[in-house]
Design a protein around this ligand. Structure first.
Ligand SMILES: [Zn+2]
Ligand SMILES: [Zn+2]
Ligand SMILES: [Zn+2]
Ligand SMILES: [Zn+2]
Ligand SMILES: [Zn+2]
Ligand SMILES: [Zn+2]
Length: 222
């Protein structure tokens, strides 16, 4: 016996219907269902108005004010809206998506001291630095004397989120190069506009980004 049941496609609702039930289905379908003119979905005739209201009413995204059908709103808010909040991978701050690129450019340029090799490494370069750090394996004594700090695992030291500022500096830590450890080997200079402290070699780069830094600085601290 043929185990696969013969089917036919219903012209009304486009469903595959068993041949044996087809006549009954078609009668039922044409009596009770209709196709929504907006989305071609088969909808119970008496619920078409409700369906249109639920799915196809034009609504505005509350974040970006873009107009769309209600059925598109959830996808828009989750994946498309330029104003949707996304977290910065470097500091966890939530920002509108359209501002994230610029923020991450600045935020990822902050440096943290690599205690393995004593160099200041940009947060965005840390994954690569972990692979290539000259002191990462073999040599267990870092060039800097960090006698006070207990030794922690490399993963923790290299984590971009392992910033040691107190919580009230949550915002400022985004915009100021992190400088959590003191060292006598690096000359520290201050930016006059944002009062951030930087290794002298980082100041030039800070000034490249200074318009972004200082605009954000002005927004948050005035
Ligand atoms: Zn049908
Ligand atoms: Zn529809
Ligand atoms: Zn939107
Ligand atoms: Zn950030
Ligand atoms: Zn290193
Ligand atoms: Zn500055």
């Amino acid at each position: 016996m043929d185990s696969k049941e013969a089917t036919r496609t219903c012209g009304q609702c486009h469903k595959e219907v068993a041949e044996a039930n087809f006549a009954l289905h078609e009668t039922h379908c044409s009596r009770f269902l209709c196709l929504c003119p907006e989305c071609d979905e088969a909808v119970p005739r008496d619920q078409l108005a409700e369906h249109k209201e639920e799915q196809h009413t034009l609504v505005r995204c509350t974040k970006c004010s873009k107009k769309m059908e209600r059925c598109q709103l959830a996808d828009h808010e989750a994946d498309e809206c330029e104003e949707r909040l996304q977290s910065c991978v470097f500091c966890d701050l939530e920002l509108p998506w359209k501002e994230l690129d610029q923020h991450c450019l600045v935020c990822g340029s902050r440096t943290e001291l690599c205690r393995d090799c004593g160099r200041y490494v940009k947060l965005r370069d840390q994954p690569e630095h972990q692979m290539t750090c000259s002191a990462a394996d073999g040599d267990s004594s870092p060039p800097l004397a960090n006698s006070g700090a207990p030794s922690t695992s490399k993963g923790t030291l290299h984590s971009p989120r392992n910033l040691s500022q107190p919580p009230e500096y949550f915002f400022s830590r985004c915009f100021i190069l992190a400088f959590p450890f003191s060292t006598t080997e690096v000359e520290i200079v201050s930016c006059r506009r944002c009062m951030g402290s930087f290794p002298a070699e980082e100041l030039e780069e800070h000034q490249v980004f200074s318009s972004i830094f200082h605009t954000l600085w002005a927004q948050f601290f005035r």
